[in-house]
Design a protein around this ligand. Structure first.
Ligand SMILES: [Zn+2]
Length: 205
Protein backbone atom coordinates (compact mmCIF):
# COMPACT_ATOMS: atom_id res chain seq x y z
CA UNK A 1 0.00 0.00 0.00
CA UNK A 2 1.40 3.36 -0.98
CA UNK A 3 1.71 5.88 1.80
CA UNK A 4 0.67 9.45 1.21
CA UNK A 5 3.31 11.98 2.08
CA UNK A 6 2.21 14.53 4.64
CA UNK A 7 4.21 17.68 5.01
CA UNK A 8 3.98 19.95 8.02
CA UNK A 9 3.94 23.55 6.86
CA UNK A 10 3.38 25.41 10.10
CA UNK A 11 6.83 26.90 10.32
CA UNK A 12 8.10 24.35 12.81
CA UNK A 13 10.61 21.79 11.79
CA UNK A 14 9.69 18.45 13.31
CA UNK A 15 12.37 16.37 15.02
CA UNK A 16 12.23 14.25 11.89
CA UNK A 17 10.14 14.43 8.74
CA UNK A 18 6.65 13.07 9.31
CA UNK A 19 6.53 10.98 6.19
CA UNK A 20 8.72 8.38 4.66
CA UNK A 21 8.29 6.44 1.48
CA UNK A 22 9.82 5.70 -1.86
CA UNK A 23 9.29 9.29 -2.88
CA UNK A 24 11.94 11.21 -1.06
CA UNK A 25 12.25 8.90 1.94
CA UNK A 26 15.51 7.89 3.52
CA UNK A 27 17.61 9.87 5.96
CA UNK A 28 19.97 9.58 8.93
CA UNK A 29 19.29 10.79 12.47
CA UNK A 30 22.22 10.91 14.91
CA UNK A 31 21.59 11.00 18.65
CA UNK A 32 24.91 11.70 20.36
CA UNK A 33 26.26 12.74 23.73
CA UNK A 34 28.16 11.59 26.79
CA UNK A 35 27.30 8.64 28.94
CA UNK A 36 24.16 9.08 31.06
CA UNK A 37 22.73 11.62 28.60
CA UNK A 38 19.81 9.39 27.58
CA UNK A 39 20.97 8.50 24.05
CA UNK A 40 19.75 4.92 24.10
CA UNK A 41 16.51 5.97 25.79
CA UNK A 42 15.95 8.47 22.98
CA UNK A 43 16.74 5.82 20.36
CA UNK A 44 14.31 3.40 22.00
CA UNK A 45 11.64 6.13 22.21
CA UNK A 46 11.89 6.86 18.47
CA UNK A 47 11.85 3.17 17.59
CA UNK A 48 8.75 2.59 19.73
CA UNK A 49 6.89 5.40 18.00
CA UNK A 50 7.73 3.81 14.65
CA UNK A 51 6.56 0.43 15.88
CA UNK A 52 3.28 1.95 17.08
CA UNK A 53 2.85 3.32 13.55
CA UNK A 54 3.33 -0.27 12.32
CA UNK A 55 6.57 0.46 10.56
CA UNK A 56 8.97 -2.43 10.33
CA UNK A 57 11.87 -1.74 12.67
CA UNK A 58 15.19 -3.54 13.07
CA UNK A 59 17.81 -2.72 15.67
CA UNK A 60 21.52 -3.52 15.59
CA UNK A 61 24.28 -3.23 18.11
CA UNK A 62 27.93 -4.14 18.15
CA UNK A 63 28.95 -7.55 19.44
CA UNK A 64 31.54 -5.57 21.48
CA UNK A 65 28.78 -4.12 23.65
CA UNK A 66 28.23 -6.89 26.14
CA UNK A 67 27.07 -4.84 29.10
CA UNK A 68 23.67 -6.44 29.36
CA UNK A 69 22.53 -8.90 26.72
CA UNK A 70 23.43 -9.65 23.13
CA UNK A 71 19.90 -9.79 21.83
CA UNK A 72 18.71 -6.51 23.36
CA UNK A 73 19.75 -2.91 23.63
CA UNK A 74 19.22 -1.60 27.13
CA UNK A 75 19.34 1.93 28.45
CA UNK A 76 20.60 2.75 31.94
CA UNK A 77 17.00 2.90 33.16
CA UNK A 78 16.72 -0.70 31.94
CA UNK A 79 14.12 -0.17 29.23
CA UNK A 80 15.03 -2.63 26.52
CA UNK A 81 14.40 -3.47 22.90
CA UNK A 82 15.32 -6.59 20.92
CA UNK A 83 18.38 -6.15 18.73
CA UNK A 84 20.79 -8.09 16.55
CA UNK A 85 24.45 -8.06 17.58
CA UNK A 86 26.90 -7.89 14.68
CA UNK A 87 30.70 -7.91 14.66
CA UNK A 88 31.27 -5.79 11.59
CA UNK A 89 29.36 -2.86 10.15
CA UNK A 90 28.85 -4.59 6.80
CA UNK A 91 26.98 -7.45 8.51
CA UNK A 92 24.08 -5.02 8.98
CA UNK A 93 23.55 -4.90 5.21
CA UNK A 94 23.35 -8.69 5.14
CA UNK A 95 20.92 -8.91 8.03
CA UNK A 96 18.56 -6.05 7.24
CA UNK A 97 15.25 -7.32 5.82
CA UNK A 98 14.09 -6.05 2.45
CA UNK A 99 10.93 -4.54 3.95
CA UNK A 100 12.55 -2.90 6.99
CA UNK A 101 11.66 0.78 7.07
CA UNK A 102 13.48 1.93 10.19
CA UNK A 103 16.99 0.83 11.19
CA UNK A 104 18.25 1.65 14.69
CA UNK A 105 21.92 1.30 15.60
CA UNK A 106 23.03 1.67 19.21
CA UNK A 107 26.53 2.49 20.55
CA UNK A 108 27.60 3.31 17.03
CA UNK A 109 31.11 4.31 18.19
CA UNK A 110 31.89 0.61 18.70
CA UNK A 111 31.64 -0.06 14.96
CA UNK A 112 34.40 0.04 12.35
CA UNK A 113 34.55 3.05 10.05
CA UNK A 114 32.57 1.28 7.33
CA UNK A 115 29.46 2.03 9.42
CA UNK A 116 29.29 5.45 7.77
CA UNK A 117 28.98 3.94 4.28
CA UNK A 118 26.53 1.34 5.61
CA UNK A 119 24.24 4.04 7.07
CA UNK A 120 24.43 6.06 3.85
CA UNK A 121 23.52 2.99 1.83
CA UNK A 122 20.52 2.19 4.07
CA UNK A 123 19.30 5.80 3.87
CA UNK A 124 19.83 5.76 0.12
CA UNK A 125 17.53 2.76 -0.06
CA UNK A 126 14.76 4.90 1.43
CA UNK A 127 15.08 3.82 5.04
CA UNK A 128 15.06 5.92 8.17
CA UNK A 129 18.35 5.28 9.97
CA UNK A 130 18.68 6.28 13.62
CA UNK A 131 22.11 5.96 15.20
CA UNK A 132 22.95 6.60 18.84
CA UNK A 133 26.45 6.85 20.24
CA UNK A 134 29.13 8.55 22.24
CA UNK A 135 30.64 11.61 20.55
CA UNK A 136 33.74 11.71 22.81
CA UNK A 137 35.92 9.03 24.33
CA UNK A 138 37.08 8.96 27.96
CA UNK A 139 39.89 11.41 27.13
CA UNK A 140 37.42 13.93 25.77
CA UNK A 141 38.57 13.23 22.19
CA UNK A 142 35.88 13.02 19.51
CA UNK A 143 35.02 9.54 18.26
CA UNK A 144 35.79 9.65 14.53
CA UNK A 145 32.95 7.35 13.50
CA UNK A 146 30.31 9.28 15.45
CA UNK A 147 31.54 12.63 14.16
CA UNK A 148 31.51 11.49 10.55
CA UNK A 149 27.96 10.26 11.00
CA UNK A 150 26.98 13.62 12.50
CA UNK A 151 28.44 15.19 9.38
CA UNK A 152 26.38 13.16 6.92
CA UNK A 153 23.18 12.96 9.03
CA UNK A 154 20.13 15.07 8.23
CA UNK A 155 19.25 15.40 11.92
CA UNK A 156 21.62 15.62 14.85
CA UNK A 157 20.47 15.61 18.47
CA UNK A 158 23.18 16.28 21.01
CA UNK A 159 22.12 15.17 24.48
CA UNK A 160 23.73 16.47 27.64
CA UNK A 161 23.94 14.73 30.99
CA UNK A 162 24.27 16.44 34.37
CA UNK A 163 27.71 16.80 35.94
CA UNK A 164 27.91 14.58 39.01
CA UNK A 165 30.34 17.03 40.66
CA UNK A 166 28.77 20.46 40.13
CA UNK A 167 25.36 19.92 38.53
CA UNK A 168 26.07 21.85 35.32
CA UNK A 169 25.30 20.43 31.86
CA UNK A 170 27.82 17.67 31.17
CA UNK A 171 29.19 16.50 27.83
CA UNK A 172 32.14 14.35 28.97
CA UNK A 173 32.36 10.80 30.26
CA UNK A 174 34.76 10.58 33.20
CA UNK A 175 36.44 7.23 33.56
CA UNK A 176 36.78 6.32 37.22
CA UNK A 177 39.22 3.43 36.81
CA UNK A 178 42.68 3.58 35.23
CA UNK A 179 43.36 2.11 31.81
CA UNK A 180 44.48 3.16 28.36
CA UNK A 181 41.94 1.35 26.21
CA UNK A 182 39.87 3.87 24.24
CA UNK A 183 36.90 1.55 24.31
CA UNK A 184 36.22 0.14 27.74
CA UNK A 185 32.72 -1.15 28.01
CA UNK A 186 31.06 -0.28 31.26
CA UNK A 187 28.38 1.76 32.92
CA UNK A 188 27.80 3.42 36.28
CA UNK A 189 30.56 1.53 38.04
CA UNK A 190 33.26 2.79 35.66
CA UNK A 191 32.15 6.21 34.43
CA UNK A 192 30.28 9.30 35.43
CA UNK A 193 29.12 12.39 33.55
CA UNK A 194 31.22 15.55 34.02
CA UNK A 195 31.16 19.05 32.62
CA UNK A 196 34.27 20.44 30.94
CA UNK A 197 35.45 22.15 34.14
CA UNK A 198 35.12 19.07 36.32
CA UNK A 199 36.40 16.64 33.72
CA UNK A 200 39.84 15.25 34.53
CA UNK A 201 41.81 13.82 31.63
CA UNK A 202 44.20 12.15 34.00
CA UNK A 203 42.24 9.17 35.13
CA UNK A 204 42.45 8.79 38.87
CA UNK A 205 42.77 5.22 40.08
ZN1 LIG B 1 30.96 20.11 36.70
Amino acid sequence: MRQTAKVVRNGHRPAAPVSWGHHGGGWIEAVVGSMFSGKTQELIRRLRLSAIARQKVQVFNSALDVRYAKDHIVSHDLSKTPSIAVSRARDILRKVAADTQVVGIDEVQFFDEEIVAVCEKLAGQGRRVIVAGLDQDFRGEPFAVTCRLMGVAEFVTKNLAICTVCGNPANRSQRLSPGKKVIDVGAADKYEARCRRCFDKRVSP
